[in-house]
Ligand binder design. Structure first.
Ligand code: GLU
Length: 707
């Protein structure tokens, strides 16, 4: 199956080079170089001319920063370049001379570009090839789909390579196996997004875990069979009450869908915030709100009532939405015919949905128009009260309103629309700026206070997020700057909100801190999926190592008191003790060993001990201290072993065991002391997580050196 693959790149190169040469010879000489560069840039499989290749690779490096910390399937992967790892002591010394702080990024790895690291991450050691099926599956776990417009070039390139290889691989374009060069060329056009995905730099870094929680909520909602179908028109009454779909799209275009997400339904009231947005975009809030208010009506969504200024209360209820439609007709596009306005509006919706499904259901439109006594009554009532702009043709306006309600869509498309609202008007999948952020702010404000019929107050209280529901069973939920969610299930509660959709929203904010007033700083009993799993730990390490490197004993003491694990090491395996030693901060070294009881001999990734660091940088006083500490520690360890041989109790075993953070034989033999040792220590016995052997209080002192 993979027979022809290793030569694939060479083959592609030849094909593309021939093509490229043929083109170049026909062009003018002055244009030739440009074309050549251009062609080579586009035809990434081509490799002609070392200079040009270098140019391209330099460009790529500039465009795509190096991939350092890749995470796949919740596993952090470290990439070492074996060729860059020094082997001898002299190499080590040289490296140490160059290195001032070990917190510096790894230059060797920085040299490697993202494409290479990705290849290494997925390639089979046996064949030396990468399975694109595996790679794309990995990409999917980050939330990026194969159909995402932002990876279109990658998918097109895969097809091209498959074709160029005469479909020889025996697999599809998406499951073929590629060698390094071909892989790099294939992914290069979309590498920025792909690298971002695998670096977990999206708004929901651990998308897989987040999705698991969402699935749980989905299943719980599925069992809820309460609610009734809307029956004022036959098309709504015919829905399957078991239908239940849920789609999520984050502001980074991470997608997740579950259930009946492709079943079409009509937008109904979910169209209201969208037409309102178009009116705001085109006319500005001043003009729009001279016709329609911003207050929750406190009344039924289709009640025959205006506010005290004789305006509809807000654009989310029927009167307000009919008024918005009149603004579109009379002010936004006064010269357009009804058909043109319909197309115009639909094109906005489509852009918001990133080109996903927006259609029209004519049967629903006709039924809506048939069963519209109340809506007509609202129209006439508003006309009587001079609510509409001049030149309003009420019949056309009513038709347009019914058309907007009858536009058809599905959960998938609506989640992208919701995400565009969450993303300040920029569609996450196409990256097109559809609305100005000010417009979105106004739309979300009204959705927040008026989006869920007569439940709006309670919804704002309990869920604390902008949303809009509709009688077809849709619930559009916006988590500003995070994601858009669309839930669809036709059974409605007595106020007209989808029962399952509502339950989903309420459960979502009880699990995650998405409520507008969830305090991100101090509220800890909810999950924050925006946080990187390593974020907290990473910050702790940086703080701890920085304190040690700068000789700040007070800060170290604070870390110890706060319960921080003082034995934490950075990516290079360097601990606070390494840094304190290499910087010659004897006080810190003493504090770390005497008070925090950290192991005195942890090895970093180059095999260096803290004492080696002190030696390399010429801090003799630190070297002396560390050496004598080590001698005493070895002695204590021997004593401990001897005692253990003669009479081993469980407590002894605990004492003599090494810390769970460093289980290597070279780890500290010094048992972790706890409690009143008689020594003056500013650190309470149970303050630090390094103090693990709780039962050792009675005998710890005699095993500690220097006491
Ligand atoms: N077409 C419905 C109406 O105007 C929309 C109702 C809704 O979804 O709230 O009555």
């Amino acid at each position: 199956m993979l027979k022809g693959v290793p030569t694939l790149a060479g083959r592609n190169l030849r094909l593309l080079t021939v093509h490229h040469r043929a083109k170049a010879s026909a062009a003018e000489p002055a244009e030739q170089l440009d074309q050549e560069t251009d062609l080579l840039k586009r035809a990434k499989f081509g490799h002609t001319g070392k200079q040009l290749q270098q140019k391209i690779s330099t460009e790529k490096k500039l465009r795509a920063p190096p991939l350092l910390n890749l995470v796949f399937a919740n596993r952090k992967l470290s990439f070492y370049d074996p060729s860059s790892t020094p082997k001898t002591k002299e190499d080590n010394a040289k490296l140490n001379q160059r290195r001032h702080y070990s917190m510096r990024p790894h230059r060797e790895q920085e040299q490697r570009n993202a494409e290479d690291v990705l290849f290494d991450m997925f390639a089979s050691e046996e064949t030396g090839l990468i399975s694109m099926g595996k790679f794309l599956a990995g990409l999917k776990t980050t939330g990026i789909r194969r159909s995402d417009p932002r990876v279109r070039e990658l998918m097109d390139n895969l097809k091209k390579v498959h074709k160029l290889n005469n479909y020889e691989t025996g697999s599809s374009a998406e499951t073929q196996h590629l060698n390094r060069e071909t892989f790099k060329a294939v992914v290069a056009p979309n590498i920025v997004l792909i690298a971002k995905a695998f670096r977990q730099q999206f708004v929901i870094p651990d998308f897989t875990s987040f999705v698991k929680d969402i699935e749980d909520i989905y299943h719980r909602c599925k069992t809820n069979t309460l609610g009734k179908l809307a029956d004022y028109i036959p098309q709504l009454a015919r829905y399957n009450p078991d239908s239940w779909g849920l789609s999520i799209c984050t502001i980074d275009g991470q997608r997740f869908s579950m259930g009946d997400v492709e079943v079409p339904f009509t937008l109904q009231s979910c169209s209201k915030p969208l037409t309102y947005a178009i009116a705001l975009e085109k006319l500005g809030p001043k003009v729009v709100h001279s016709y329609v208010g911003q207050e929750p009506s406190g009344r039924n969504f289709n009640e025959l009532v205006l506010d005290q200024n004789k305006k509809p209360h807000n654009p989310m209820i029927n009167a307000g939405a009919i008024l918005t439609c009149s603004l579109m007709n009379a002010l936004v596009k006064p010269d357009m015919t009804s058909a043109e306005i319909f197309d115009y509006t639909m094109s906005w919706f489509k852009r918001l949905s990133g080109g996903e499904y927006i259609g029209f259901n004519n049967a629903v439109f006709l039924s809506e128009r048939e069963a519209a006594d109340r809506n007509y009554a609202l129209g006439f009532y508003m006309r009587e009260n001079k609510c509409f702009p001049k030149r309003t043709n009420l019949k056309e306006v009513m038709d347009f309103y019914f058309q907007c309600c009858s536009m058809e869509t599905n959960c998938e498309a609506m989640s992208v629309i919701a995400a565009s609202l969450a993303n300040g008007g920029i569609c996450p999948t196409t990256e097109e700026k559809v609305f100005r952020p000010e417009v979105i702010r106004d739309v979300l404000s009204i959705m927040h206070s008026c989006g869920t019929y007569d439940y709006s107050g309670q919804f704002a209280f309990k869920v604390g997020l902008p949303a809009k529901s509709g009688v077809s069973g849709g619930m559009m939920l916006v988590i500003p700057n995070v994601m858009g969610i669309f839930a669809w299930s036709p059974p409605l509660d007595h106020l007209g909100n989808t029962v399952r959709g509502l339950q989903f929203c309420e459960e979502l904010v009880s699990m995650f801190n998405f409520h507008r007033y969830d305090n991100l700083k101090h509220l800890s009993n909810k999950k924050d999926p925006r946080k990187h799993r390593y974020e907290t730990k990473g910050l702790s390490i940086v703080n701890l190592l920085f304190s040690a490197a700068s000789g700040d004993v007070t800060a170290l003491r604070r870390h110890r008191l706060s319960g921080m694990d003082i034995t934490l090491a950075d990516y290079d395996g360097r601990t606070a003790l390494h840094l304190a030693a290499s910087e010659g901060h004897l006080e810190c070294v003493k504090f770390l060993l005497e008070q925090c009881h950290v192991p005195h001999n942890p090895k970093d990734r180059w095999g260096n001990l803290p004492v080696d660091e002190a030696e390399n940088f010429g801090h003799t006083h630190v070297v002396e201290f560390l050496r004598s500490w080590a001698e005493k520690a070895d002695l204590s360890s021997e004593e401990c072993k001897t005692e253990a041989v003669t009479s081993t109790t469980q407590a002894d075993e605990e004492i003599c065991s090494t810390s769970d953070l460093d289980t290597s034989p070279a780890a500290s033999p010094i048992p972790t002391p706890v409690g009143g040792s008689g020594r003056s220590s500013p650190v309470p016995s149970d303050a630090g997580s390094t103090a693990s052997a709780g039962s050792a209080s009675s005998i710890d002192d005699k095993t500690k050196p220097g006491l």
